[in-house]
Design a protein around this ligand. Structure first.
Ligand code: XMP
Length: 327
């Protein structure tokens, strides 16, 4: 709409004013809508002087890395540096089963990987004599309010510690979504021509599939969960329910096995749990009454197409007492 076009243009203009005619900006992409829209705005403002970094930690769902690496790049022409950290994350997660420990490990590895990627990108830039100066973040208005930041704080210099770079290197934050709510961000994203899969992605936790495998995270388990999750999402989309359902985690009970039968054979496979919920803000949630036909298709397809899974169960717990995620 005209109004959204205005918001996009206004933010692009502001970023241009803030960054000026020289210097580089760096932006981390997560696969989610906020960082994608923030990057797209900055790309419109300063073009190739924006360097985006995508840390592939291997915990995204099927197709999500490609959405960033291929579709987002095609839609925006953004300068993307992919940093493959899949092996590093798997090694760091080996033997880790405690949910809080998983979060800590993933958070720590993410910062390390992003910084290593930054050193690479900025090192190349410094070699070519360019001054680096800006860090783009997809902070939304509700985040600003929650953290008590008033108007204008985006101009405060923030010290961003990056090992391997000069100690006094400072980044100024660029936060083009600071005045926007989530629904406005999505509309701006549409206006800027971003892929619908990114713009309309349902909430997905930063630690990704790592906290949807109950038990140790391994490559094989990620592969099983990714295939089951892709089927559940396809069927939700096919039923036209994407916007009615807040999110629908699929959880792999990796340390549990149960007996089943398929054809003439006995199976001893893993259960998955589907957890469709409705919610306004994720603070509270209700278990979603999915139509029986949709549940049936999800169950039949997962047990037919994912050989390792022989049971599909439904989580009918609201929040509270259950959280949306299982970990
Ligand atoms: P819970 O499980 O606490 O989740 O009811 C509430 C919402 O937050 C998401 N979530 C996370 N998002 N990092 C994130 O960025 C996290 O560690 C994390 N844990 C949960 C969850 O998907 C839901 O939308």
């Amino acid at each position: 709409t005209w109004t959204m076009l205005n918001i996009a243009e206004e933010q692009i203009e502001r970023v241009r004013d803030q960054i000026g005619d020289s210097g580089l900006a760096i932006c981390g992409l997560s696969g989610g809508v906020d960082s994608a829209v923030a990057a797209a705005i900055v790309q419109r403002a300063i073009g190739d002087r924006l360097h985006c970094v995508f840390v592939d930690h291997g915990l995204l769902r099927e197709g999500e890395a490609e959405q960033v690496e291929r579709d987002f790049v095609a839609a925006t022409g953004v300068n993307l540096h992919v940093y493959d950290a899949r092996e590093t994350f798997l090694s760091a997660l080996a033997g880790v089963t405690d949910p809080e420990e998983k979060r800590k490990v993933i958070g720590r590895e993410f910062i390390r990987a992003f910084e290593a990627a930054e050193v690479q990108v900025l090192g190349e830039a410094a070699d070519s004599g360019e001054k680096v100066g800006f860090l783009v973040q997809g902070t939304l208005y509700p985040d600003v309010v929650e953290s008590g930041g008033g108007a204008g704080t985006s101009n405060i210099k923030s010290h961003h510690n990056v090992g391997g770079l000069p100690e006094d290197l400072e980044f100024e934050l660029v936060e083009p979504l600071r005045t926007l709510f989530k629904d406005e961000v999505r509309l701006v994203g549409e206006q800027l021509g971003l892929p619908a899969d990114i713009v309309w992605r349902q909430p997905f936790p930063g630690p990704g599939l790592g906290i949807r495998i109950i038990g140790e995270v391994t490559a094989d388990r990620l592969d099983i969960l990714r295939r089951a999750d892709a089927i559940a999402r396809q069927e939700l989309t096919r039923a036209g329910l994407d916007r009615d359902i807040w999110q629908m985690p699929v959880v792999l009970l990796a340390d549990v096995r149960s007996v089943g039968v398929q054809g003439d054979g006995r199976t001893y496979g893993h259960p998955v749990v589907i957890r469709p919920v409705t919610s306004e803000d994720a603070m509270t949630a209700d278990w979603a009454r999915l139509p029986y036909e949709v549940m049936e298709r999800i169950s039949t397809r997962i047990t037919n197409e994912v050989a390792e899974v022989n049971r599909v169960t439904l989580d009918i717990t609201s929040k509270p007492p259950g959280t949306i995620e299982w970990e």
